[in-house]
Design a protein around this ligand. Structure first.
Ligand code: GLN
Length: 538
């Protein structure tokens, strides 16, 4: 047992960017040659965010092993190379479910089952499952919510016990707070003092403070915070707003020697550091000369986080093409009346559209209209999961003339349900039970655009869906010109489709966005952005 642990907590208010802060620390430590693992703790009672609305919780991030997790795992995957799976996402629901299961089996031998030690022991064992491995140097545990929330108390108590059990040489606390600026322009430290005080009340003295503010926090203010919170001067870090890209944050932390401080506190040797990978990303972002506007035609567009990984993957594609991405959120509900003039007004200024994943009927007709507009007007169009299904439905309506073409998800009665459940799924009613989840291999058809983009025939991508292109209609669609460019290895399911004679009309049944990183953009997003640049009207 020699791994070390860094807990990242947040104070004052939510939404300060704990996930990006934890990920940036992870990337800096990897950069120093350490093997890092990441865990997100979500204090809510849901077992996972799989059944939560994107409005409640933002995007559901899917791992290779098919876990439906918090979107912060997406941040971890973009900033670090830490492997991520089911064990890296812990919720109150999972912890209680397990403890109650054992209680029902009589495993506690008549003892009273309590938060301390039974719940806290279960939390510990989940953290050790990730961190207590010979190949792991440091595990970073991000505790969701804000210090002071009732729900996070068992997790903070567990974190406190880590110091008791492992000692200060092996456990570090990083606390992210906000320094608000009041109307006369003065920066206020009181909320930070209070939030550190509430951490101390439960026995945790933070070692490092990351102070979020819209502008850099001046030296004398950092000294004042240090004095009031007992955190060393140099460990009060200014986490000011970046004006270019979030991928600059590791560089901002490194400038203030955050990684050196962590290495010293945890007793790691100060190995050399090379941040050129991240510098190149930021430089490429800032040097972009061109700009494309891409319409995201979805139904959760009001909340930016609903399509987090898609936004990021588009930015990565932009970085790869030295091009700035202007994202235009198009609420698909607005498009549903289908009048060509209305469509024209909303979509004509765009260089391409992306139709993302989603569930349920709302907004579907608008997405179908948008796909039709893009097909007819030779506008690059990228359909992801539901987006691909929409592109297939639109093709059946617009080219085959099947006006009732739909998915059995929205129109169970349609005679032309070109997207439907497989026979063996039909009787299973439980939500989540029949979902195709996680990574699986696909075979790309040589000679297709998809093949040109991937440059290979064997790929593995992640899935999160129930409905499939209906095999009974495959032949009709192919005869009408639609190209199916990838299949499952046994050929039983369609994985991708392409419009014929079109600059770029590709739909994929899987979610490529989950695997894109700024230092390794996903080829589909790079190719899509390149196609949108070709279409640039200016
Ligand atoms: N609702 C569709 C299905 O279940 C698409 C899901 C998605 O886009 N993730 O198949």
């Amino acid at each position: 047992m020699s791994g070390k642990y860094i807990f990242v907590t947040g104070g004052v208010c939510s939404g300060l960017g704990k996930g990006v802060a934890a990920s940036s620390i992870g990337s800096l430590l990897e950069n120093r040659g350490l093997k890092v693992r990441m865990i997100k703790i979500d204090p809510y009672i849901n077992v996972d965010p799989g059944t939560m609305s994107p409005y409640q919780h933002g995007e559901v991030y899917v791992t290779d092993d098919g876990a439906e997790t918090d979107l912060d795992l997406g941040n971890y995957s973009r900033f670090t190379s830490a492997p991520l799976g089911r064990i890296n996402s812990v919720t109150t629901g999972q912890v209680y479910q397990e403890v109650i299961r054992r209680e029902r089996e009589g495993r506690f031998l008549g003892r009273t089952v309590q938060v301390i030690p039974h719940i806290t022991d279960e939390i510990k064992s989940r953290i050790f499952r990730v961190g207590d491995q010979p190949e792991v140097d440091v595990t970073i545990i991000e505790i969701g919510g804000t210090v002071g929330d009732i729900e996070s108390i068992p997790f903070l108590e567990t974190a406190r016990q880590f110091i008791h059990d492992l000692g200060r040489q092996r456990v570090l606390f990083v606390h992210l707070t906000l320094i608000p600026i009041v109307s006369d322009g003065e920066m206020k430290t009181k909320p930070t003092q209070h939030s550190v005080a509430s951490l101390r009340q439960i026995g945790i003295q933070p070692d490092i403070l990351l102070c979020r503010a819209s502008v850099p926090v001046p030296e004398e203010l950092r000294r004042k915070i240090s004095l009031f919170t007992n955190v060393e001067d140099e460990a009060v870090i200014s986490a000011y707003d970046v004006h270019s890209t979030v991928y600059e944050i590791p560089l901002i932390f490194a400038e203030q020697k955050l990684d050196e401080i962590i290495l010293a506190k945890l007793g790691f040797p100060a190995t050399s550091c090379d941040l050129s990978k991240w510098q190149r990303v930021v430089e490429a972002y800032n040097a972009a000369e061109r700009r494309v506007s891409i319409g995201l035609v979805g139904k959760y567009t009001e909340l930016l986080d609903s399509y987090k990984s898609i936004y990021e993957a588009l930015y990565h594609g932009g970085i790869d093409n030295h091009c700035q991405i202007e994202l235009v959120k198009v609420d698909s509900d607005q498009l549903s009346d289908g009048a060509e003039g209305g469509l024209e007004e909303i979509l004509s200024g765009l260089d391409g559209i992306l139709i993302p994943g989603g569930f349920g009927q709302r907004g579907i007709e608008g997405m179908i209209q948008a796909a039709g507009y893009a097909r007819r007007n030779r506008l690059p169009c990228f359909g992801i999961c539901l987006g691909m299904q929409v592109m297939v439905i639109e093709y059946a309506r617009g080219v085959l003339g099947w006006e009732d073409a739909s998915s059995s998800e929205f129109s169970p009665e349609s005679k032309h349900a070109v997207v439907s459940l497989l026979e063996d799924q039909i009787d299973v009613k439980a939500y989540g039970g029949t979902m195709r989840l996680g990574a699986s291999p696909s075979r790309v058809v040589p000679g297709t655009k998809l093949h040109e983009i991937y440059g290979r025939t064997e790929i593995s991508e992640r899935h999160r869906h129930r409905y499939e292109v209906a095999n009974v209609f495959r032949e009709d669609l192919v005869k009408a010109g639609l190209i199916f460019s990838a299949f499952t290895p046994d050929n039983s399911l369609v994985e991708a489709s392409e419009w014929p004679d079109h600059p770029w009309g590709i739909g994929v049944q899987y979610h490529p966005e989950f695997k894109s990183k700024p230092i390794a953009p996903h080829p589909l997003f790079s190719a899509f952005v390149a196609a949108c640049m070709g279409n640039e009207s200016s």
